[in-house]
Design a protein around this ligand. Structure first.
Ligand code: FES
Length: 355
């Protein structure tokens, strides 16, 4: 592992004072791409195809990298054609210095296309602080994990960690995983191996576009879960999948979900809404039916944001007045002085927000 020493050397400190942080990093990275005085960086050391249109990158990280807990997400920052882009991915810890980043290519996804097609061994990525609430439960209740598509990546970290901690032999864990076709299933053999090792871990994969095909998530799957009222249910997948799960698993003792993409609720709404931005002292008109973040960006306003999925809270601001609609679950909110995540809410009436 090549990383700078934990204590800044006097030479580094003087160099930093004289030439500034940015230039110090620039020159340090000429010597070693992972050297930095403050950035959490990782270098790709292995790239493998893990399913159709999906790659797994093994990444060696430097000492500034803070590994999240199993199930959490990390901002991943890459530079594509001279522009920095931040997206959110769930990483799996391999050992003290290496993590696994699994990415599915998304149509029109600048970062996912760069990571799957262009990124090569030796390329360096930057990471932000981890976040997310889907952590290993501290209790012994049965755990039901539901994943669709790329939603399998936090589940893999959770199952791997549960096995490492020796918890898989003690509690019942059932992982249900929906993909379109056989070639889309990631980590399938690894889950099957774990299931053979631990009888209390059950793994099922459902194919919605094979012949014959399996049903999408519906109430019939619930009937197979014993004592749902005592179970902890975690869900990760596209927003449509998560919304269905939210409706079906109301009786679960604990329910946590994360949607990694917005399947916008079909909206007939047309027209524009005026948004007053109190901090920047502006009023802009944005279209109804789309996220406030996107609407502001189209007006060349760049609010702070991270995941664009309603998980990291980086885009959250105070809504002083107005009505909004959550684009994931359709819930409306008319209360004044409410915390508003502008990446997953649209404006229903004129709004006043503290941006
Ligand atoms: S950008 Fe992460 S919650 Fe909005």
């Amino acid at each position: 592992m090549h990383a700078i020493a934990k204590q800044k050397s006097p030479i580094n400190s003087i160099f930093e004072m004289v030439v500034g942080r940015h230039h110090t990093n620039f020159w340090l990275q000429k010597i070693n791409p992972l050297w930095s005085i403050h950035q959490a960086l990782g270098k790709i050391i292995e790239k493998n195809q893990s399913a159709q249109d999906t790659i797994s990158l093994t990444i060696e990280v430097n000492r500034h990298f803070k590994m999240g807990q199993a199930g959490q997400h990390h901002p991943v920052i890459v530079e594509v054609n001279g522009r920095r882009y931040e997206r959110t991915y769930s990483l799996t810890q391999l050992d003290a210095h290496r993590v696994l980043l699994t990415v599915k290519k998304v149509a029109e996804g600048i970062v996912s296309q760069w990571l799957t097609e262009t990124a090569q061994i030796g390329d360096v990525l930057e990471f932000g602080q981890p976040y997310g609430e889907m952590l290993i439960p501290k209790t012994e209740q049965p755990l039901v994990l539901l994943a669709a598509g790329s939603g399998i990546t936090p589940m893999y970290s959770l199952v791997k960690k549960l096995a490492e901690l020796g918890h898989l032999g003690q509690k019942s864990v059932w992982l249900m995983y929906w993909v379109k076709k056989n070639q889309d299933a990631v980590f399938k053999m690894r889950f099957e191996t774990i299931a053979e090792q631990y009888p209390s871990f059950k793994f099922d994969v459902f194919y919605t576009q094979e012949n014959p095909s399996d049903a999408r998530l519906n109430a019939e799957y619930l009937d197979q879960i014993q004592s749902l009222e005592k179970s902890i249910v975690y869900v990760c997948g596209p927003s449509g999948f998560v919304t269905t799960a939210e409706q079906l698993f109301k009786k679960a003792q604990q329910f946590k979900s994360e949607a990694f993409s917005l399947t916008p609720i079909i909206s007939e709404e047309t027209g524009f809404i005026n948004v007053t931005l109190t901090q920047s002292n502006k009023v802009v008109a944005i279209p109804k039916g789309q996220s406030i973040l996107l609407g502001l960006e189209q007006q060349n306003i760049k609010p702070q944001h991270g995941c664009r999925m309603g998980i990291c809270n980086k885009c959250a601001c105070n809504k002083a007045q107005g009505s909004t609609k959550n684009l994931v679950n359709g819930q409306e909110n008319m209360e004044p002085n409410n915390l508003l995540r502008i990446c997953v809410n649209s404006a229903q009436t004129d709004l006043v927000i503290d941006i």
